[in-house]
Design a protein around this ligand. Structure first.
Ligand code: CA2
Length: 147
């Protein structure tokens, strides 16, 4: 079995399914994890799935994924738009990092139009709801199959 694909989730995503379903959908983060585990299995990968509301813990998860994973999918949530620490962490690791978003930040408030993560990530998938994660896994598998 190859190294697992890490899926890292940022602040407030633990609330998915409870509030703002018109923006983020009705699925909970656990629902998304179950979908990802099943889809990754079809691609031949295990998943290490995490969520944190704490920026430094997300940096730790990125470093862990960089050392022990085949690839990383990250929804950095609000830290997308603020975090030089996440940018530096992604720049420092060698495995492909795919940024995903449930919503389309460029169709929302101006402050969501800047992504520090996009500046370091291999690719970004947004606006597809929970399916962004599945497409993120497909993108990771594609990159890995060509590396
Ligand atoms: O669309 C996405 O996936 C975002 O990363 C979600 C972030 C937002 O700050 C980004 O601009 C785009 C927000 C995640 C908060 O999730 C909640 C879920 C339910 C209730 C409240 C917040």
């Amino acid at each position: 079995m190859p190294h697992p694909i890490y899926i890292i989730n940022g602040p407030n995503l633990n609330l998915l399914g409870q509030r703002q379903p018109e923006i983020y959908g009705a699925q909970t983060l656990s629902d998304i994890e179950v979908m990802c585990v099943a889809h990754a299995k079809t691609l031949g990968y295990d998943i290490v799935f995490s969520q944190s509301n704490i920026e430094g813990e997300i940096v730790n998860a990125l470093q862990d994924g960089g050392a022990n994973g085949a690839a990383i999918i990250i929804n950095p949530a609000a830290y997308t738009h603020t975090s030089v620490a996440l940018y530096d962490a992604i720049k420092s690791i060698d495995v492909p990092v795919i940024e995903v978003h449930l919503s389309q930040p460029h169709a929302r408030e101006d402050f969501r139009h800047t992504s520090y993560v996009s500046a370091a990530a291999k690719a970004t998938i947004s606006g597809m709801g929970a399916r962004s994660y599945i497409l993120g896994l497909d993108a990771a598998a594609h990159v890995l199959s060509n590396s």
